[in-house]
Write a protein that binds this ligand. Structure first.
Ligand SMILES: Cc1cn([C@H]2C[C@H](O)[C@@H](COP(=O)(O)OP(=O)(O)OP(=O)(O)O)O2)c(=O)[nH]c1=O
Length: 204
């Protein structure tokens, strides 16, 4: 799918492929005026034994970018991976209602970290990327509050079974760090890299 250019503070100097099926990542870039082709990587993998959450998200972001870069060798490719970490546990996207319920109960009244790693690969072997960590504090959730939220479509397809940018915004007491990072892409860092690689420039 091609995203036609929208008015925004940036324009492209080089073709960009977003290796992601995440509508949030697509929307965040498109809003800024950046055009890109969407090419979902369809890479999904379990954490390896003893692998830290940091290494896990970085490995997946790079793997997604590498897979799509091999199929689109003339473009810059951007990929990312987001996960929620609470205590020793990693929360990905829930696969059942019960799992989503358990995730929200775990997050209730506590602080957790949202990790997003991104990777950018270029046609001449350029490579950039990074890891961004945001701390999020949830208010204490009543059981009926969790049940009511589970009746909305929002928990699906989101790491940790919630969307900070959506109906769950009222559940969040405090955020420390990048908000766009929680939504799936640390925009400040990713934009700096796209500018320095000459993929985008300011629209003046
Ligand atoms: C915590 C949180 C996550 N999310 C989303 C961002 C990501 O899309 C998703 C985490 O899933 P990811 O596995 O990072 O990405 P994805 O499967 O959606 O897309 P792809 O692998 O093709 O790039 O959770 C929110 O939208 N809001 C939130 O508050």
């Amino acid at each position: 799918m091609d995203h036609s250019e929208r008015p925004g503070p940036f324009r492209n100097l080089a073709p960009l492929v977003l290796a992601s099926s995440s509508p949030r990542r697509q929307e965040m870039l498109a809003r800024l005026g950046i055009s890109f082709e969407t090419f979902p990587s369809e890479v999904s993998e379990a954490q390896r034994p003893l692998e830290s959450p940091e290494n896990y998200v970085c490995r997946l972001a790079l793997k997604k970018a590498q897979k799509v870069a091999s199929l689109r060798p003339r473009a810059f490719v951007l990929a990312a991976d987001t996960t929620v970490v609470i205590g020793e546990k990693i929360l990905g996207k829930p696969e059942s209602l019960q799992e989503a319920r358990e995730m929200l109960s775990m997050l209730s009244g506590r602080e957790h970290q949202v990790l997003t790693a991104y990777a950018i690969l270029g046609p001449q072997g350029q490579s950039r990327g990074g890891l961004s960590i945001t701390s999020v504090v949830f208010k204490k959730l009543l059981p009926e509050e969790i049940e009511a939220y589970l009746r909305t479509p929002e928990p699906w397809d989101k790491a940790g079974a919630y969307a900070i940018q959506g109906l769950a915004s009222y559940m969040i007491r405090r955020v420390r760090g990048s908000v766009s990072n929680v939504v799936g892409l640390p925009l400040t860092e990713a934009i700096e890299d796209l500018l320095s690689l000459g993929v985008i420039t300011y629209r003046l």
